[in-house]
Design a protein. Structure first.
Length: 189
C-alpha cells in the first residue's frame, strides 16, 4: 500500500512481536534502550538526553566525516545501497525500493540496512532519532542472526488509520553496542 511517494505500512504489522521474547531483554538491551531512548543524543527528544559533546566530542565533530564514517563502517553501511536517505517524507517509497526495504523487509536480515527520512541536520543523529522512536513506540522486533541478535525497526507516524513510514532499519545488536561504545568514548582511536 503506497500513496503519492509515501511508504505505507499497516498500523499493526505482523512482523512486530507484541510480546517481546525475554531472552532478548538482557543487560545489553537495557544499555541500548537507555542510550537511544532515555539518554538519547537527540536531546530535544528526552528530558534526560545527553548531547554527545558531553562525552568529550568537539563541537565541530559533524563538520568532517571522520566520526560518521567510523560509525557507518561498523555496520557496513554504503551510501545509496545499504544506507539510503530521503530528504522529504514523500520520497520514502522511492528510497525503500532503492534500499530493498519494501514490504516484508524484515525477512531479509542478511545485511545491515538503514533507510531513513533525514529528520535532523545530521544523518547519524537522524538515525539515532529513528532508533529512539522505534524502541520507544515498540515498533521493533529482535531476531536470532548468524552473528548474534538482529534488531528490525521501523519509525513513522499514524495518519488516517495508516502508518506512514519514516525509517526502516536492520541492525545487529553488536553494531548498536559498538556505536554506544564509540560515542561514549568521546574520541576516535
Amino acid at each position: 500500500m503506497e500513496e503519492n511517494g509515501y511508504e505505507i505500512s499497516p498500523v499493526n504489522p505482523g512482523w512486530i512481536h507484541r510480546k517481546k521474547d525475554e531472552k532478548y531483554l538482557d543487560k545489553e538491551f537495557m544499555q541500548i534502550f537507555v542510550f537511544f531512548v532515555i539518554n538519547t543524543p537527540c536531546t530535544e527528544s528526552s528530558s534526560s538526553g545527553i548531547d554527545i559533546r558531553d562525552y568529550g566530542w568537539d563541537k565541530n565533530l559533524w563538520r568532517n566525516n571522520d566520526l560518521k564514517n567510523k560509525l557507518f563502517s561498523v555496520a557496513g553501511l554504503i551510501r545509496d545501497d545499504s544506507f539510503v536517505v530521503a530528504k522529504k517524507t514523500a520520497e520514502m517509497k522511492k528510497v525503500c525500493e532503492k534500499g530493498k526495504t519494501k514490504k516484508n523487509f524484515h525477512n531479509d536480515r542478511s545485511k545491515e540496512k538503514v533507510v531513513i527520512y533525514k529528520s535532523k541536520d545530521n544523518e547519524f543523529l537522524s538515525i539515532c532519532n529513528h532508533i529512539r522512536n522505534a524502541l520507544a513506540h515498540g515498533r521493533f522486533s529482535i531476531y536470532d542472526g548468524e552473528c548474534g541478535d538482529v534488531y528490525v525497526m521501523e519509525d513513522g507516524i499514524k495518519r488516517n488509520g495508516k502508518f506512514q513510514v519514516r525509517s526502516r532499519m536492520i541492525l545487529k545488536k553488536s553494531t548498536l553496542m559498538s556505536w554506544i561504545d564509540i560515542l561514549e568514548k568521546g574520541r576516535l582511536d
